[in-house]
Design a protein around this ligand. Structure first.
Ligand code: SAH
Length: 264
């Protein structure tokens, strides 16, 4: 299970923190470190703080966007030190570990960590299924990013150790019949949904308000699998076919028909 967990750092300012994260990860048996636009990397401070976990730094993958870093992950959680404008399903690290431990081998979990000064943006947090908060002192809630990685990976390790001693655990994910949708499949679905809602004039692109974040939260809360996403895309297609035949809306060339199962 620990091999299937990616730790993603977004826009890290201090390279020393990247080294601290590599060390924390290696201590807990994790190896997949992904960096989204770090300010300074590679850097000697990262090597120094890694205390010998340099193989994680050498193997760290660099990405120019969080979306790219998440593309092959099925379950995405974002970490946050505080409540945000639109609250998302919020869990603590132990609850995260209980969700992650029974995930099948084929599923990859991403845990996303934010910038030292201002954490993750609302848009970045809205890419996630769940938000994880380490229940710190409310008057002094923000941990150093490497310390936050340490706490969360410790819980993941404890759950992995416990899991290996137990047999079947009747938890979500254990006997799920279908693979979860990947991050990329979910993003294509949200793009498609937004497009259809604009076509039907339910969504005004000049005044979108919080409609897409709210729909995103509703659908992400259910952690959809591949077939469910295909069914939703098929429904959206059927709406587009109808609105196209009613005469006034042109179906844009999405070029994704082949990805959508027909359910007719
Ligand atoms: N001022 C920022 C804190 C950034 S701390 C904010 O309010 O969001 C840098 C990163 O460490 C955060 O983005 C998050 O990934 C992690 N982190 C720090 N404290 C945390 C906590 N109590 N719970 C979960 N993650 C935390």
């Amino acid at each position: 299970m620990l091999e299937n967990i990616a730790i993603i750092l977004v826009n890290t300012t201090h390279p020393g923190n990247i080294g601290g994260v590599a060390r924390a990860m290696k201590n807990m048996g994790l190896g997949d470190l992904r960096l989204v636009e770090p300010k300074l990397f590679p850097h000697e401070d990262a090597v120094a703080r890694s205390s010998g976990a340099t193989n994680l730094l050498d193997n760290a993958q660099l990405f120019s966007s969080l979306e790219d870093a998440l593309a092959d992950c099925q379950l995405v959680v974002g970490t946050s030190a505080r409540e945000r404008h639109i609250p998302w399903p919020l869990i603590n690290p132990r609850e995260l570990a209980a969700i992650a431990a029974p995930l099948p081998q084929s599923q990859r979990l991403a845990v996303v960590f934010g910038r030292e000064d201002r954490g993750l943006t609302n848009e970045e947090l809205q890419l996630c299924h769940h938000h994880v908060n380490i229940p710190t002192n409310e008057q002094f809630s923000s941990l150093n990013v490497a310390a936050a990685v340490q706490v969360i990976t410790y819980e993941l390790r404890m759950a992995a150790l416990g899991q290996s001693q137990q047999t079947e655990k009747p938890q979500w994910g254990t006997r799920w019949d279908i693979e979860l949708a990947s991050h990329q499949e979910l993003e294509l679905m949200f793009e498609h949904l937004e497009q259809v809602l604009i076509e039907t004039e339910f969504l005004d692109p000049d005044n979108p308000r919080q409609l897409m974040p709210r729909l995103r939260r509703l659908l992400m809360r259910s952690v959809p699998d591949k077939v469910e996403v295909n069914v939703l895309r098929g429904i959206l297609k059927s709406v587009q076919r109808k609105t196209a035949t009613s005469g006034n809306v042109v179906v844009p060339e999405s070029g994704r028909d082949e990805e959508i199962d027909g359910h007719r």
